[in-house]
Design a binder for this molecule. Structure first.
Ligand code: PLP
Length: 472
């Protein structure tokens, strides 16, 4: 970008002091014609600061013996780049070429068009968030989706909070504070982001009673543990790992029968919370858990459901009402944008074709032939640029604490750079604009196409084109 970058101050015939004197003043740069659009776009103080920084960088280069003649236009261009980088913000879109549909680090679920539109509408104007349009009185934010959730799951009542961790916390606080909750040792899970069931239970004020062993728990273990101080039985779905081999856990049906005999509620933390059976694996749906006798089921909005962050509580009316009365609810409440995303997504389940309209469901169900075709098209774009590519099969997991141990058959473009390491190429792609997030395998960069929209393929190709130059 800097003209004569390779020349030192000596080469171009001036001493350092002379070079420094050629640098234009900040005021002069502010009056430069190319600065006008920057002043129209950004606060003046920010433009001044960016210009100062550009001049300071040039000054340091000269002082370091790497001085070059820098024109005002080049300095303003550099200031524009500094401002553009700041304006991009920190939280931004990335291209997910990892193949992991529910990547917690990449924001989990991509929203459906209907959910996106609902968010934009509520974001851009006022809404009836807590206002009853039928009588002009105060309404409740919880009513907007409760009916939809009951229709879709068959539950009597529903409540939504900030996320599923909050849902579990609220359920335990409202129903079991100061009393005992019985749980299998095989279900004392950590979900990630340091959500550990034992700690959440402690924070809620419920007392944990662990029964069974890590691999085996029987109904008799639960029976023996229940006493007068017991408030509930909790079953936690092992949604991010799998107990395999010599194992045994008690089915919801049997736990529900025990809970009924003892007059206790059975709470099921389902985690991933599918409304439709996933195409692979044997994940129970929310409806199945309720039909099996769970009194309360809690699950995430942004895992297999495919909405935004939310914690959903469905089940018995009296238990949900107790949670609704709990003062903790105020601290755990869902915000209007997440609520809009949730309602839009639930409407897709009710009115649309979920497998077509909800990106998470669509990505999980894309047939391998379609993924293969997409990988072939991306591979052709990249080999036309000169990269060494191959289209390879993949077996990625769904991610985000969903469908553990289930390998989804997919396809990727494998790319083997020769001038640089695969790691260096992955790093460069991550730092590009937009960032492209890839996986590495056997010294190759893997571009898994499961989570790529067709419209993103040219963007991935452009990101790789920008990395050409001695790297093939
Ligand atoms: C993911 C998960 C949670 C936490 O849900 P968030 O919505 O991420 O807060 C809790 N329990 C189980 C079993 C989970 O899988």
């Amino acid at each position: 970008m800097y003209r004569g970058e390779k020349q030192t101050a000596e080469d171009i015939g001036g001493d350092v002091a002379g070079q420094l004197r050629t640098l234009p003043a900040v005021d002069e740069l502010l009056r430069h014609q190319q600065t006008a659009p920057l002043l129209a776009m950004y606060a003046r103080s920010r433009v001044v600061e960016a210009i100062r920084q550009a001049v300071q960088e040039a000054r340091s280069r000269i002082q370091g013996g790497q001085g070059a003649v820098v024109t005002p236009a080049v300095l303003v261009e550099r200031a524009a780049a500094i401002l553009a980088a700041a304006a991009r913000g920190s939280l931004r879109r990335v291209i997910n070429a990892t193949g992991v549909v529910l990547h917690t680090n990449l924001g989990r679920a991509v929203l459906s068009s209907r959910a996106q539109a609902a968010v934009c509408q509520v974001a851009a104007g006022y809404s009836n968030l807590e206002y009853d349009l039928s009588n002009g009185r105060r309404g409740s934010r919880y009513n907007h989706v409760a009916g939809l959730l009951c229709t879709l799951t068959g539950a009597e009542a529903a409540l939504v909070v900030n996320n599923n961790a909050a849902a579990v916390m609220l359920a335990l606080h409202a129903l079991a504070q100061g009393r005992k909750v019985v749980i299998s040792r095989g279900q004392l899970v950590e979900i990630g982001g340091s959500f550990r069931i034992p700690e959440v239970m402690a924070a809620s004020g419920a007392r944990l009673v662990e029964v069974g062993t890590t691999n085996k728990t029987y109904l008799s273990d639960y029976e023996a543990a229940v006493d007068a101080e017991t408030a509930a039985i909790l079953k936690v779905h092992t949604s991010n790992y799998r107990l395999i081999g010599f194992t045994s856990q008690v089915d919801t049906v049997d736990l529900a029968a025990l809970a009924r005999r003892q007059g206790l509620p059975l709470l099921v933390d389902l985690g991933s919370g599918a409304l439709l059976p996933p195409p692979y694996g044997d994940e129970p749906t929310v409806q199945q858990e309720l039909a099996a006798g769970a009194d309360i089921v809690t699950f995430s909005g942004d895992k297999l459901l495919g909405a935004g962050q939310a914690g959903i509580i469905v089940g018995r009316r009296d238990l949900v009402a107790a949670m609704q009365r709990d003062h903790l609810l105020r601290a755990l409440r869902i915000d209007k944008l997440s609520l809009a995303a949730l309602e839009g997504t639930l409407l897709d389940y009710l009115l649309g074709d979920a497998a077509r309209d909800i990106p998470v469901i669509r990505m999980l169900r894309t047939p391998p032939e379609v993924l293969h075709d997409r990988a072939v098209r991306l591979g052709a774009m990249l080999s036309a640029q000169g990269w060494h590519t191959a289209v390879v099969p993949t077996e990625e997991q769904a991610g985000g604490g969903s469908l553990p141990g289930v390998a989804l058959p997919g396809w990727a473009v494998a790319l083997r750079p020769t001038g640089v390491s695969a790691q260096a190429l992955a790093d460069a792609l991550r730092q590009g604009e937009p960032p492209v997030i890839v996986r590495l395998h056997n010294q190759q960069v893997l571009l898994d196409v499961r989570c790529l929209e067709d419209s993103e393929l040219p963007q991935v190709a452009a990101a790789l084109a920008a990395q050409l130059g001695g790297k093939i």
